[in-house]
Design a protein around this ligand. Structure first.
Ligand SMILES: [Fe+2]
Length: 276
């Protein structure tokens, strides 16, 4: 799918919203936070930012999985309603907590695109499915890897933003890194061949992350609900507020990005939780 460049400077402005973990019941609790309420607060904060900027500051939104916590139709409907408050088109991929078939059916019903390859100016954005049914960790199937190979073969000069749910390199939390993208090396073997910029953007880890390896930039974003404490070997919830990430893709391949969060203590989880 080709998205028309919207800006004279050729920059593509996007938002990542991830791990909303919504329930059918808007007031349902997830380790001390009601995800619909924190998700709505994130949407409100984005709208406030847009109002302050006085322009339409974003061209598209990437939703990188774990949109539902209870696999219900209504949870996906709530997600669509939240996104409908934001103007730009939304593109999505499933996480380990999602029911991929139901998710697609409900997001289709809501008119949210199922496109997974986007051409925007000098960039291409590819959304790949790392879900492995019944597992918490992720894997790229041969078919998904082949989509990556096709994209970089067809558009060798386009800078690449690859969106996945699971982290491809360790984030430094042992308990989370066992639930990683298991065959990340197969993906990396393709990425290193690509001569233009390469960025891998994930959800799943519920924390901000920004690291470069083999000249590939790896980014992750806070969830819109509970946060996991960085660099913790055991499961520990973080006191950082729910958030999202803004990314600017420049035509020369540079990427600038910033994590945004709700005000401190806006949503505090139950710190006595020992897992989920
Ligand atoms: Fe998650």
């Amino acid at each position: 799918m080709e998205l028309k460049p919207l800006r004279q400077d050729g920059v593509v402005e996007l938002l990542q919203i991830t791990d909303t973990h919504l329930f059918a019941d808007k007031d349902a609790d997830f380790l001390g936070i009601a995800p619909w309420h924190s998700g709505q607060a994130v949407v409100n904060a984005i709208l406030e930012n847009e109002q302050l900027a006085g322009t339409q500051p974003h061209d598209l939104i990437l939703a990188t999985g774990d949109l539902s916590q209870d696999h219900s139709r209504d949870s996906y409907r709530h997600f669509s309603e939240l996104m409908s408050e934001l103007a730009p088109p939304v593109f999505w991929l499933p996480g380990n907590h999602d029911d991929a078939d139901l998710m697609q059916a409900e997001l289709d019903n809501a008119g949210i695109s199922n496109a997974k390859h986007l051409l925007c100016g000098q960039w291409q954005i590819l959304l790949l499915d790392t879900q492995l049914a019944g597992e918490t960790h992720g894997e790229l199937s041969a078919a998904q890897l082949s989509l990556l190979e096709q994209a970089i073969t067809a558009y060798p000069r386009h800078h690449l933003l690859l969106a996945v749910h699971h982290q491809a390199i360790p984030v430094g939390c042992a308990w989370l890194d066992q639930h990683n993208l298991r065959n990340a090396s197969a993906m990396q073997a393709l990425l290193v061949k690509h001569q233009a910029s390469r960025v891998v953007l994930c959800g799943h880890v519920h924390q901000g992350f920004d690291q470069r390896e083999q000249d590939i930039r790896y980014l992750a974003s806070p969830a819109t609900c509970i946060q996991f404490k960085p660099l913790s070997d055991e499961f520990v919830l973080d006191s950082m507020a729910p958030g999202w990430r803004a990314l600017s893709l420049h035509p020369d391949g540079r990427l600038s990005t910033q994590v945004w969060r709700l005000p401190p203590h806006a949503f505090e989880p139950d710190f006595s939780a020992t897992g989920y």
